[in-house]
Write a protein that binds this ligand. Sequence first.
Ligand code: NAD
Ligand code: ZN
Ligand code: ZN
Length: 344
Amino acid sequence: MASRMHAAVVEQFGKPLVFQEWAIPTPSPGQILVKTEACGVCHTDLHAAHGDWPLKPTLPFIPGHEGIGRVAAVGAGVTIVKEGDRVGVPWLYSACGHCEHCLSAWETVCGEAQFGGYTKNGGFAEYILADPDYVAHIPDGLSPREAAPLICAGITTYKGIKEADVRPGEWIVISGAGGLGHLGIQYAKVMGLQVCAVDIDDGKLAHATRLGADLVVNAKTAGAVEAVRKGTGGGAHGVLITAPSLGAFRQGIGMARKRGTCVLVGLPPGEFPVPLFDVVANCLTIRGSFVGTREDMAEALAFAADGKVKADIEVQPLSAINSVFDRLEHGDVPSRVVLEFEST
Ligand code: NAD
Ligand code: ZN
Ligand code: ZN
């Protein structure tokens, strides 16, 4: 095995990533080394590289939390995976396993959780160190490039829809029809929901229709909220907001039906005003949702393995990451870019 690996590194917030050769890490007891085959590019990677959020990663770091690859080496004591298994290294990189949240299968909010491509180096590199207890197990029949977007965009929207407390036949708004949203639309349809897709880009909305959305509304048009309320017969039972834009949050609350649930998933930096009277008088629920648990991961992947959900991907090499980031920032990525690594 080679001793050095290519990596795209954030050296300074807000600056292009730098291509460097790093030493391939050695797994300590309880860790594994994964040889990356593919890694999706999530809008979160852009927030990470910009230092957008209150808790910032320590520089320098390697982003990427949709990395899929084969286990190349296992540290002492590892039994849950073996060399050659295909795994994914997700945002929820590890958790303590013992706190009240871990014990109640809410490991996503563990106070000691580590995050892939953020507090731990991620998949924009040829090798990734991982915690075998928290990797995704990729079903046979899913290629690395197909699996990559599922381990963040897929699980996050699948879990978010579950958190919206909606039943088959009811309406859900999916606001933001990009990397997350284009999978959210598909999960919502498979779960028997009526889907209203909202975006600011007519191309994304046309694609949403192709993916099965029953209604599409351009958020930029005058009367967008009214159009959703009318088209859904009084507002959607659930609203899943994936857009990385504060305006989408204020708008999304207005799209909810009385007693509806708004699930906040997008993470633009900042705050948004909540129309208190409307939320109280209409008995709305506003809820955050953060990726998903390991059980959600297995479920989200199973839908894809059964052919019911399929990520739309554009494949690029690691060397293209800076132009991909630029396009993602400007809304010019149709669905999801997946970086593919040469198999050697
Ligand atoms: P993306 O750039 O692929 O897609 C965003 C979409 O939102 C685009 O289609 C864009 O046109 C649309 N949009 C922009 N402004 C809008 C508006 N005002 N109204 C409606 N749509 C609008 O991004 P992505 O990879 O899907 O990530 C989206 C957000 O979700 C990011 O902020 C990311 O950090 C966050 N995220 C959160 C979690 C979580 O666990 N909560 C997980 C993954 C990503
Ligand atoms: Zn992500
Ligand atoms: Zn914990």
